[in-house]
Each structure stands twice: as C-alpha cells, then as structure tokens.
Design a protein around this ligand. Structure first.
Ligand SMILES: Cc1cc2nc3c(=O)[nH]c(=O)nc-3n(C[C@H](O)[C@H](O)[C@H](O)COP(=O)(O)OP(=O)(O)OC[C@H]3O[C@@H](n4cnc5c(N)ncnc54)[C@H](O)[C@@H]3O)c2cc1C
Length: 406
C-alpha cells in the first residue's frame, strides 16, 4: 500500500514537526514519518532544555546568537506553556578569566541584549547556595523549554492544518519512481505503507547521514554525545551558565524540585550504539558543583545522553567545541527532491523549519508566506492541554519527565 502526498518529512523531533507545521500552514500536503513509538524520541527529548537567549554563542557565533534571541522572544509569544521564564545568569568564579567575561558581556550587548551586571552579593540574593568563590555575573533572558510539550503542540498544529503524523514508521529506503520530470520519490517504511511524494525532507537529526545514504546521497555528520544529570535540588532560580570558554559541566538548569546538570561533548561513530561513560556523569556533577557546592550531595534522579546533530563541514570549519550549534539546509545533487536539515538548536527549531519550508516551497512553486511565528500553538498557554497532547503523541522524553503531567 502507498500513501500519496506532496512532501514526506522524515523525523519526528522538533525540527521535523516544525517543518511539517510550516508546510501544512502554507497549504502543502505533508506526511511525517517517525521511527519511534512516539514523537520526540531522539535528541529533542534529551537536551538540556535551555531556551537560549543567545548569550552562550554571542562571542563565537553572533548570527546564531541573534537567531536565538529572536526565536526566544517568538516562542514566549506562541508557546508560553512550553516555557518557564526562569531568566539566566552567567557567573564568573574567581579562577575564571576576567577578560573572557568582559568579551562575553560586550558580545551580548552587540547582539541586542541588555545584560545586567551583578556583584557577588546581588547574585547570592538570587541564588543563595552559590559558591563562595564567586567573582561576578550578569543577567540574560535565558529560559527553560519543555521539549515534550513543544514537540507535541507543534505536531498538533501540523495535524490541525492537514498533516498526517505517523509514529512507529521507520524509513528503510528512499528511491525515485517513474520517469517523469520531475520524478516522484518513494519513501519505504518498515512494516507499513510507503509514502510517495514530490519532495522529501530529511529531519532525522543525528541519524540524517544514514537517511541520506538510503537515497544514495552523502551527508557528513559528526554527532557528539552529551550527558545530563537531573538531581534533587529545588528552587535554584535562573539558568546558571559558567562564564568561561565552553567546557564540561558548565550549565545548571532549574526544573522546579530538580536541577538538570550538563554536559560533555564526545564524538560518536554510530548514533544507535555509543558508550555512556561514568566519567561523564562524575565530571558533570563535579564541575557544576564548583558553581553550587551542595550539588554533589544531591540525590541523582535520572541520567540521560543526547546526540548533537552536527554537520561535519560546519564543524571542521569551526574546529570543535566553541562552535555554534548553527544549522544547514542541504539539497542533494545525488538525490533530486531530497533536502536535509541538520544542526541547529531546540531554541531555533521554528526558524530552521521556516528555512527548509521556504526552500521546498520554492521548488514546488508554492507561493505562500510563513505564518508560524504569528500563530500560537494549540494549548499554547494551557499546561494541562499540552500534557494531554504529549500523551497523545507519546512525546514524553527524559529532558522534562519530572515536569510533564505534574
Ligand atoms: C546534550 C545536548 C544538549 C542540548 N541542549 C540544548 C539546549 O539546552 N537548548 C537548545 O536549544 N538546544 C539544545 N540542544 C540541541 C537540540 O536538542 C537539538 O539540536 C535538536 O533537538 C535537534 O532536533 P532534531 O529534530 O533535528 O533531531 P532529533 O530530535 O534527534 O529528531 C530526529 C528524529 O528522527 C527520527 N529518525 C531517525 N532515523 C529515522 C528513520 N530511519 N525513520 C524515521 N525516523 C527516524 C529519530 O527517531 C528522531 O526522533 C542540545 C543537544 C544535546 C545533544
């Protein structure tokens, strides 16, 4: 059996559902295929969940930081129930480089933020348990985003606009059908109906290289893994970022009764089979403990790893970890009609989707504007409705397992 549609989207993480929503709101027929039993089965459900203000990237990737800042504001408008307005604090400990702190502060101003500088006493009032070794800090508009809600609500919006959302639909092969010009593309699903489409969007995150290969195309991915450790540590206040060159264990994310600590960055060859090492957990706890000295004594509630869907040509250019998490939209000469979207951040998922949808609509001759920044998501300001959608799409993930349904 074969389903006919205009665009097949492979991958039901934030990027894939974002693309499905964007195309569907422009009146394009979409079928989304996700291999997991539910949506949000990959990286999206395994991130820190920081709604980035862009401060983290302001010095290394000002354009990416501007994107973050704009999307941060947009998501607060269209999806308030998916976000906790925690605010963010960059803190310098006495051993950290003061010049780096000043550069970061300047860079934040240059990308359009108004960071407020705080002295140690002012910081201690906001974060009582913070280290005695604290030197200074500044406030930025970071927040916390709950990916399960964001992915489910985005999928619901796509569906409301006519998209078909299929889970338990692992794509196994992609090939051209017919001898027409343009040809149609068949996307084969294990143990389920195939989908035939005019265009295919590969939004398979860290697995995007494998999916491109199914169509005979090459996509150089260089995924890296990072661990997150959720501990019992209530009421931290803002998202805490250690203000130093990016390193292991420099983010603490407030989650009500818990704190989510992260992270590491280790290259991974096979996104389906990678090591999960104890040293990553220990180092993350230890490094975050330099910011909040009581953290290492807190009970560990859950530990999970995520894989950054990094695109190799970008990463080589940037040379490693100071890199931005910027994104790429790649059209494949070897597989006409297939476009891959890789890299990026949860925070910028809507913008990534807009870029891909612009590209696909250009190829299909669809002349409709993007509306996703103006239209609120279903249940946007209703956490209970959002959690119903999470359950309906099976979108629960470890990143916000302590929040959903509470
Ligand atoms: C450790 C870590 C921390 C992070 N922290 C943050 C943060 O704090 N803030 C932020 O903004 N961003 C953060 N990110 C980045 C962000 O999480 C990712 O960039 C984003 O979630 C990627 O979403 P995606 O939809 O592209 O990929 P994914 O969420 O991985 O989605 C890809 C989907 O494709 C599916 N798939 C794969 N193969 C197939 C197939 N053959 N057939 C059908 N489906 C398939 C997978 O099951 C998966 O659901 C973090 C990332 C990591 C790794």
């Amino acid at each position: 059996m074969t389903d006919e549609t205009e665009v097949a989207v492979i991958g039901g993480g934030a990027t894939g559902v974002g693309v499905a929503r964007d195309l569907a709101t422009r009146g394009v027929g979409v079928a989304l295929l996700e291999r997991g039993m539910g949506l949000n089965a990959g990286t999206s459900g395994r991130s820190h969940g920081v709604l980035h203000s862009g401060a983290r990237y302001a010095d290394s990737d000002p354009e990416g930081a501007v994107d973050c800042l704009r999307e941060n504001r947009t998501l607060r408008e269209i999806a308030p129930g998916c976000i906790a307005d925690a605010g963010g604090l960059f803190v310098r400990l006495a051993d950290d480089d003061p010049d780096y702190f000043e550069r970061k502060l300047d860079a934040c101003r240059e990308v359009g933020m108004e960071p407020t500088r705080l002295d140690p006493d002012e910081i201690r009032e906001r974060v009582p348990g913070i280290s005695e070794n604290l030197a200074e800090g500044f406030v930025v508009p970071d927040g916390v985003v709950y990916p399960s809600r964001l992915v489910a609500a985005t999928a619901a919006s796509a569906r409301d606009h006519g998209a078909e959302i299929r889970t338990n639909a692992p794509v196994t092969d992609i090939d051209a059908v017919g001898d027409g010009d343009p040809e149609r593309i068949a996307v084969h699903v294990d143990d389920g109906p195939s989908v035939t489409a005019d265009a295919v969007v590969n939004a398979a995150g860290p697995w995007a290289g494998e999916v491109a290969a199914m169509a005979g195309a090459e996509l150089g991915m260089r995924p890296t893994r990072g661990v997150m450790v959720a501990v019992d540590y209530p009421d931290i206040g803002p998202v805490l970022n250690r203000c130093r060159e990016p390193a292991d264990g420099d983010i603490v994310v407030p989650h009500g009764e818990q704190a989510v600590l992260g992270t590491t960055s280790v290259a991974v060859d096979d996104p389906d089979a990678f090591e999960r090492e104890d040293w990553e957990v220990q180092r993350t706890i230890e490094e975050c403990g330099a910011i909040l000295p009581d953290l290492p004594d807190a009970a560990v509630e859950r530990t999970y790893w995520g894989l950054r869907p990094l695109y190799e040509p970008d990463e080589i250019g940037r040379g490693g970890r100071g890199i931005s998490r910027d994104f790429a939209v790649v059209a494949h000469d070897a597989a006409p009609g297939l476009v891959s979207v890789v890299g990026g951040k949860l925070t910028t998922y809507r913008l990534m989707a807009e870029a891909v949808a612009d590209h696909v609509c250009g190829n299909l001759g669809v002349d409709e504007p993007c509306r996703t920044a103006e239209e609120s998501l279903p249940g946007a300001d209703d956490p209970e409705r959002l959690d119903e959608l999470v359950r309906e799409f099976g979108a629960i993930g470890p990143a916000d397992a302590d929040v959903i349904g509470r």
